[in-house]
Design a protein around this ligand. Structure first.
Ligand code: GAP
Length: 517
């Protein structure tokens, strides 16, 4: 685990050192849980967005895109339930003055019991080897039984307070924290305040106060921009059910526990698609979208074992199925995408609050009804992080050296081809530029002439550039270059005229999209 944490720290510093991700307002020492994407980061991020957008809008005739404004009428958030219920339960430690999410403190305590059980199992596994029977050990070992009992009791109490009638039982939550003897990790004390609800939406004002300013919110999800445009798109696009609306855009949440770099941010980007369907068909569509989305992830070639579904036991009152797609990050399996069967909750709420009829007239049955919705919702930044974590490698080379390489899928890499003149003379730089001038219309190319070739290769490895080309004396004679592959480091001599044909297919998003069909 400690080793994994070290790797994660290295990935974070690599992101900064190579122009992928910087802390926001870095010269002022950053801003908590807000980040800027640098020259390479923005290219990778744009490629992720393109892969998602095209897989939705290009590959599905019945999915169209929109780009709704971040600011929305304040009633939107009343109707969606965010004003009343988009809260985290918070608790402060009076000694350290640190603020925590009460539910996270309790979940960490549950994880501690699980860890203790796991450690006992691992110890016994080592001791008994192949003869080890885990089920029997769990059922008989005193320490495991004791921790399991504590886990079950706490889990039961936690479920009760979270699902109390009328919302979370805040007093009950505090009592659990006290009874479990949970201490503040900073002060080490149990001097806790009461638990209070804290709304995660950022507020601002629109218009001057004299005009009668109104409080508006920075959207905490892009989905509502789709729901309020359902009628506009359905009518103007003459869309027939089932159909989807896709959107990519910024979302904002005043996260209290902002952890793990770009995993939990206060300003982030979502790629959401709402798929409108006939009521009664939702569980079939839910299963279909689960499969489609998992295929999209696994298509990147990171190995099926690094993904899993986490089906929700506890559903929001309006949902009748929900799952997360989790990816194996260095800090465990974590949610990257949510897939939710949201019934007709959102459209019905907007109909109620706006007074407009938001329905679909089904020409096949001559009926009007409020469509049901399957939502797929993925965070661009989490996707970015999962790609970075999986691609990063400190590789030992046969000659004893090491290199840091990002094995990014070529179609997502920020730079596809780097072109180096071997020396800065004899017309080599001009020849290299000529190659770039020809290829830059087809994919992103970069010219590099500084330092010796080995160092230039390393710099390109570190940003995940899949191909490097070197122009040398022979190039000037026969128009061939050496083409080096990032992953195998193999070099081969190819004609300049062949470069586009060799590279283009592998580095364009189309190469990924074709594998989805
Ligand atoms: N419209 C549904 C919705 O917003 P969610 O599970 O709250 O659902 C969907 O968010 C996805 O957005 C998550 O799976 C995650 O990838 C991303 N996300 C949510 N909060 C985030 C945060 N604070 N920082 C980065 N990404 C976040």
């Amino acid at each position: 685990m400690a080793q994994q944490e070290d790797v994660f720290k290295k990935i974070v510093s690599h992101c900064k050192e190579y122009g992928f991700v910087f802390p926001s307002s870095d010269i002022y020492d950053g801003l908590g849980a807000v980040y800027d994407y640098g020259q390479n980061g923005v290219e990778l991020k744009n490629n992720i967005k393109q892969y998602w957008w095209q897989s939705m809008v290009l590959l599905h005739e019945n999915i169209v895109g929109i780009d709704a404004a971040i600011f929305m009428h304040p009633t939107t958030w009343k109707a969606s339930g965010h004003v009343d219920a988009f809260n985290d339960p918070l608790i402060d430690n009076r000694d350290s003055k640190k603020r925590y999410r009460a539910d996270v403190l309790i979940e960490d305590q549950l994880a501690k019991y699980e860890d203790k059980i796991q450690k006992e199992i691992e110890k016994a596994q080592k001791r008994f080897g192949d003869a080890f029977d885990e089920a029997q050990f769990r059922a008989t070992n005193a320490r495991v039984l004791e921790n399991q009992e504590k886990f079950d009791a706490l889990h039961k109490r936690y479920q009760e307070v979270m699902n109390a009638e009328g919302g979370i039982d805040l007093e009950g939550m505090k009592q659990i924290i006290l009874d479990e003897g949970i201490v503040c990790p900073i002060s080490g004390t149990r001097n806790w305040t009461d638990v209070r609800q804290f709304n995660l939406m950022f507020k601002t004002e629109m218009g001057s106060t004299a005009d009668g300013a109104s409080t508006i919110y920075l959207r905490p999800e892009t989905a509502q921009g789709i729901f309020v445009n359902y009628l506009n798109v359905q009518k103007t696009g003459r869309m027939k059910l089932p159909f989807g609306i896709a959107q990519i855009g910024k979302a904002f949440r005043n996260e209290i526990v902002a952890r793990q770099f770009i995993f939990r941010m206060r300003e982030f980007e979502q790629m959401e698609m709402q798929f409108f369907i006939k009521p009664g068909t939702e569980l079939d569509w839910f299963a279909k979208w689960k499969e489609t989305r998992m295929k999209w992830h696994q298509n990147l070639g990171f190995g099926a074992e690094n993904y899993r579904f986490h089906d929700h036991d506890k559903l929001a009152h309006y949902a009748n199925a929900a799952t997360d797609i989790e990816f194996h990050m260095p800090f465990g399996f974590k949610e990257v995408e949510g897939i939710h069967s949201r019934t007709n909750f959102d459209l019905s709420q907007h109909a109620k609050y706006s007074g407009k009829k938001i329905e679909y007239f089904d020409p096949e049955t001559n009926e009007s009804y409020t469509p049901y919705v399957i939502e797929t919702s993925i965070g661009v930044d989490r996707m970015f992080l999962s790609i970075m974590c999986h691609s990063y490698e400190e590789q030992q080379l046969p000659d004893g050296q090491t290199r840091t390489v990002l094995h990014l899928p070529a179609a997502l890499a920020p730079v596809k081809l780097a072109v180096f003149p071997l020396t800065k003379k004899d017309g080599m730089p001009e020849k290299a530029q000529e190659i770039i001038n020809d290829l830059r219309f087809h994919f992103n190319c970069k010219y590099e002439e500084k330092d010796q070739i080995g160092k230039r290769y390393r710099r390109m490895d570190a940003i995940g550039c899949p191909y490097c080309v070197t122009v040398d004396q022979q190039t000037l004679e026969d128009n061939t270059v050496t083409l080096r592959d990032r992953d195998t480091m193999e070099q081969r001599r190819v004609a300049i005229s062949e470069l586009r044909g060799i590279i283009e297919d592998k580095v364009n998003i189309t190469s990924l999209l074709k594998k989805l069909l």
